[in-house]
Design a protein around this ligand. Structure first.
Ligand code: ATP
Length: 365
């Protein structure tokens, strides 16, 4: 399997960085952590814009840096870089801005073709416009297109949505999801917004104070009791689901996840379609027994096992679960009151039923 192996160690002014991670060279890897933990610095090191001597970087077998011995300069690294704010040429049209970034890699057919970028990012309508008249979201789509046309082997995105208002963010997310599904270019995506990460990332690099606290598949880290993510007020779990059936009359779909089936709102796609779900811990409550049909308005009541629990503040508990009778299915989080925990006599390894009030389909399928 192709991987990105990175090690960046050194001091930048008063800041000390010691970041090491191995991640798959495919899909979206999110670098996530609080402000100032070093996410942008890591991205700059990957691009070669910040040079530390105690550093090594290997991308899919190619050595981009090996200590002082080898350092591929930034202009020779096949990366596309998308920043918070798109720096486009305001007097040039969208087409000219896109063409500006376009590179031909000698002896290779283009990994990314102009027309594909235009289609993928919905730019056809905008091609003749000067970029000065575009909205923030449109500008960012052009910036992503320009980065892709440089034929990168790695796309670096530094908080590409953070300068956008909520509506523009919602507009652009489906384009990012489409990139994710269509292109084979791996993405390193810096964000401090966990909801964005939950929507886009496959792999998570969790950073804290210049160090990598954990690396792994997103779903594993979200529900890892040793990490701070499950303690966030908006703690949630994501899981990959496959559409099993659609009930058009009620506007509901049944999807299969490891360890159970869920009913989700909306038409999730044809049977077999893969979708990503998010379930907030606050939307999951627990019962000791199953509900009989007609007893509850909650459609999703799934058997699960308690794998762990910890207090969340004075009055709440975060409960770690694994779906399925035998607890071998997908991880799930529940946030319940401490009183309920005590009244129900809950304990680790116990079988329970998870009542799931809300399931969100994250991607547009
Ligand atoms: N060249 C430099 N010289 C001195 N300090 C630096 C340099 N580059 C980065 N830093 C410091 O390193 C720390 C990490 O910065 P960085 O921008 O990587 O964090 P971040 O996690 O991306 O934060 P944010 O989410 O706020 O963008 C900051 O305290 C920053 O001031």
């Amino acid at each position: 399997m192709s991987i990105i192996t990175a090690l960046f160690r050194g001091r930048l002014g008063g800041f000390s960085l010691d970041a090491r991670f191995d991640v798959p060279a495919r899909g979206v890897t999110a670098l996530f952590g609080p402000s100032g933990c070093g996410k942008t610095t890591v991205l700059r090191c990957v691009a070669g814009l910040t040079r530390l001597s105690d550093a090594a970087l290997r991308v899919d077998g190619d050595v981009w840096q090996d200590g002082r011995r080898r350092f591929v300069p930034p202009h020779r690294r096949p990366v596309g870089y998308v920043f918070q704010e798109a720096s486009l040429f305001p007097h040039l049209s969208v087409t000219d801005n896109l063409r500006y970034g376009q590179k031909r890699v000698r002896g290779e057919t283009d990994r990314v073709a102009f027309d594909d970028v235009v289609a993928l990012l919905g730019l056809a309508r905008l091609l003749d416009r000067p970029t000065a008249v575009l909205s923030g979201g449109e500008r960012q789509r052009v910036a992503i297109g320009r980065a892709l046309l440089s034929q990168p082997r790695l796309l670096l995105m530094d908080e590409p949505l953070s300068a956008l208002d909520r509506a523009s963010k919602e507009d652009i997310l489906p384009y990012l999801e489409r990139l994710h599904d269509t292109l084979e270019i791996p993405v390193l995506y810096v964000s401090h917004d966990i909801a964005e990460v939950e929507r886009l990332a496959d792999t998570l690099v969790l950073m804290e104070a210049g160090r990598v606290r954990a690396v792994g598949p997103l779903a594993d880290l979200l529900a890892d009791p040793t990490l701070p993510l499950a303690r966030l007020p908006e703690a949630a779990e994501v899981m990959e689901a496959e559409v099993v059936a659609v009930d058009a009359a009620y506007g509901l779909s049944t999807v299969a996840v490891p360890g159970g089936r869920l009913v989700v709102p909306g038409v999730a796609g044809d049977p077999g379609t893969r979708r990503r779900l998010r379930i907030l811990a606050a939307d999951v409550s627990l019962r000791r027994t199953a509900t009989a049909e007609g007893e509850s308005s909650i459609l999703n009541v799934l058997p699960a096992r308690i794998t762990g629990a910890e207090p969340a503040g004075n009055h709440l508990m975060t409960v770690f679960l694994a779906l399925g009778d035998d607890g071998t299915g997908a991880p799930l989080l529940a946030r319940i009151t401490r009183k309920s925990w005590d009244l129900l006599g809950l304990a680790p390894s116990q079988p329970v039923y998870a009542m799931i009030k809300g399931v969100a389909l994250l991607d547009r399928g």
